[in-house]
Design a protein around this ligand. Structure first.
Ligand SMILES: C[S@@+](CC[C@H](N)C(=O)[O-])C[C@H]1O[C@@H](n2cnc3c(N)ncnc32)[C@H](O)[C@@H]1O
Length: 209
């Protein structure tokens, strides 16, 4: 099964799983970093069923929710209902359907560890930022739990923060800040043998003027 088939298949269960994995705190920390103002344009890449999108809309911004899985986006639309400030589209993070320098902020929660080439995706997320725009990625620190790659189709066992700093800097982001969300992602393997608790980082960068 591919990662995309996995998310298509579990779309109706994702909200329940997500609540077991991590809490409100992750999206609150991510949104707080970006210092959003009403009327700004933001993209939620790998939006899934709208964990971040839902909270972003409460800040009066225009949200472009993008995800590779149509069933995940269908749940998002069903849940959030018709909303004039929301635009959803099936799209790959590797090739976003947005113009250069078109949004004020880009968010991606628990998306990066699913892509094949994180460095290239960070460059693509940066491409659509306006000068001075903000990239906020929340994801897993490097971990030893192989079952997550097998059972949840993760491609990467989290990331080293130094590596993220390098990718952000190479993409043209400055300053770059790496911090802890102060929350762990929790999961147990299907056979009940392994309990994973993985710290969650917040990577922040501003696009050069
Ligand atoms: C772990 S879920 C996180 C969803 C949501 N951000 C959240 O926090 O609940 C990862 C999401 O990334 C999407 N995804 C994976 N690879 C992708 C890619 N290359 N381009 C766009 N979306 C992708 C999946 O379809 C899935 O909805």
């Amino acid at each position: 099964m591919t990662s995309n088939e996995y998310f298509n298949r579990i779309s109706s269960q994702w909200d329940r799983l997500q609540q077991q994995f991590y809490s409100e705190r992750v999206r609150l920390a991510a949104i707080q970093q970006a210092d959003l103002r009403p009327g700004q344009y933001v993209a939620d890449v790998g939006a899934g069923t709208g964990y971040l999108t839902e909270a972003l809309l409460q800040h009066g911004v225009w949200v472009i929710a993008l995800d590779a899985s149509r069933p995940m986006l269908d749940v998002l639309v069903q849940k959030l209902g018709p909303c004039s400030q929301l635009w959803c589209q099936r799209a790959l993070g590797e090739q976003l359907p947005l113009a250069d320098e078109s949004v004020d902020a880009v968010f991606a929660n628990m998306f990066l560890h699913h892509v094949e080439s994180p460095a290239a995706v960070i460059r693509e997320l940066t491409r659509i930022l306006k000068p001075g725009g903000k990239l906020v990625i929340t994801d897993l620190d490097r971990h030893p739990f192989r079952f997550l790659l097998e059972e949840h189709h993760d491609r990467w066992p989290g990331f080293e923060r130094d590596q993220l700093r390098e990718w952000f800097t190479q993409a043209g982001l400055n300053p770059v800040r790496l911090s802890c969300v102060g929350e762990e992602c929790c999961d147990t393997s299907a056979d009940g043998e392994v309990v994973a608790r993985i710290s969650i980082f917040l990577a922040y960068g501003e696009k050069n003027h």
